[in-house]
Ligand binder design. Structure first.
Ligand SMILES: C[S@@+](CC[C@H](N)C(=O)[O-])C[C@H]1O[C@@H](n2cnc3c(N)ncnc32)[C@H](O)[C@@H]1O
Length: 247
C-alpha cells in the first residue's frame, strides 16, 4: 500500500470488513447496478452539499470505500479538506486515484473507524464541519454505534452535521426477519452477481450486519447531543435512508 495512506490504530480486519478487503469487485457490481440505491441517495446528498451554508467545509468520511460514489458529490463543492477512513486495501488502492478529483487538502487513513474517531477525540486538534458515513455503521454492535456517534459529536465543529446513510429494520422487525427479506431481494434481483458472490454477500450479512430501527438510531443521535435530525431520503424499495443530524 502507498506511503500516502496513513495508518492509525489496530490494522486487524474486523469480520465486517473482510468481504470488502478481499472481494471489492463484488461490491463494485453492487454499486454499478445501484442495488442499494446509491444513485438516489448520492444525488440528494450532492444537492445537500451544494447548498451547504458554510463558505467552505472539512469532511470526514468513515468507511469511505473506493470513493467512487462520494467523489462526484465533492468535485464541484466548497470543500477545503477531505479525510477518508477505511480498512480495505483493495478499496483504498482505487480511492488513491479517485481522491485526486476532490479539491482541497485530502488524506486517506487505514484504520478501524472506532479507533480513528477515538484518536481524533483524544488529540482534540482536528474538528470537522461534516462527518459522513455510508453503509458502514450497521456493522457495529448497538453499544459500539452509540459510542461512535457520541465520539462523532465531539469531533464536530459548532453548527456542523453528521450525515448518515444506512440500512434499517422496520419497527418490531427481528434481525432474522430483516435478513430473510433482504436475501429474498438479493436472490430475485442481484443478477450481475455470480452464485459464489451471492453466497459471500449473504454470509457477510448473516455474520456482520446489525441494522437498527430508525427509532433506535434517532434515540442514539439524541443521546449523543444532536439537536435536530432530518431524514432527507428514504427509499421505497430498499431499506435505506439518508439522515442528517445537526450539532
Ligand atoms: C458497504 S461498504 C460502503 C463503502 C462506501 N461508503 C459506500 O457507501 O459505497 C462498507 C465499507 O466500510 C469498511 N468498513 C467496515 N467496517 C469497518 C471498520 N470497522 N473500520 C473501517 N472500515 C470499515 C469496509 O471496508 C467497506 O469499505
Amino acid at each position: 500500500m502507498s506511503k500516502d495512506i496513513v495508518k492509525i490504530g489496530n490494522q486487524t480486519l474486523p469480520s465486517s470488513a473482510e468481504v470488502f478487503a478481499k472481494n471489492w469487485q463484488m461490491y463494485q457490481k453492487i454499486l454499478k447496478h445501484n442495488y442499494i440505491r446509491h444513485k438516489e441517495m448520492y444525488d440528494i446528498l450532492h444537492q445537500f452539499i451544494l447548498n451547504y451554508p458554510a463558505k467552505s467545509f472539512s469532511f470526514l468520511d468513515l468507511g469511505c470505500g473506493d470513493l467512487s460514489t462520494i467523489t462526484p458529490c465533492l468535485v464541484d463543492s466548497n470543500i477545503y479538506s477531505y479525510i477518508g477512513v477505511d480498512l480495505s486495501p483493495q478499496a483504498l488502492e482505487i480511492a488513491q486515484k479517485n481522491i485526486t478529483y476532490i479539491p482541497g487538502e485530502k488524506r486517506l487513513i487505514t484504520g478501524n473507524i472506532k479507533d480513528v474517531v477515538q484518536e481524533l477525540v483524544s488529540t482534540k486538534n482536528l474538528k470537522f464541519d461534516i462527518v459522513f458515513s455510508s453503509y458502514t455503521i450497521h456493522h457495529l454492535s448497538t453499544l459500539d454505534k452509540q459510542n461512535l456517534i457520541n465520539d462523532i459529536w465531539q469531533i464536530l465543529n459548532p453548527n456542523s452535521c453528521f450525515i448518515f446513510i444506512d440500512t434499517f429494520r422496520e419497527e418490531g422487525e427481528s434481525r432474522d426477519r430483516y435478513l430473510a427479506k433482504y436475501w429474498q431481494n438479493i436472490n430475485k434481483n442481484w443478477f450481475s452477481l455470480t452464485k459464489d458472490e451471492i453466497y459471500l454477500a449473504i454470509t457477510h450479512m448473516k455474520n456482520c450486519d446489525f441494522p437498527e430501527t430508525e427509532n433506535t438510531i434517532l434515540n442514539q443521535v439524541k443521546n449523543a447531543g444532536f439537536s435536530k435530525c432530518e431524514f432527507i431520503y428514504r427509499d421505497q424499495e430498499h431499506p435505506g435512508y439518508l439522515l442528517v443530524c445537526y450539532k
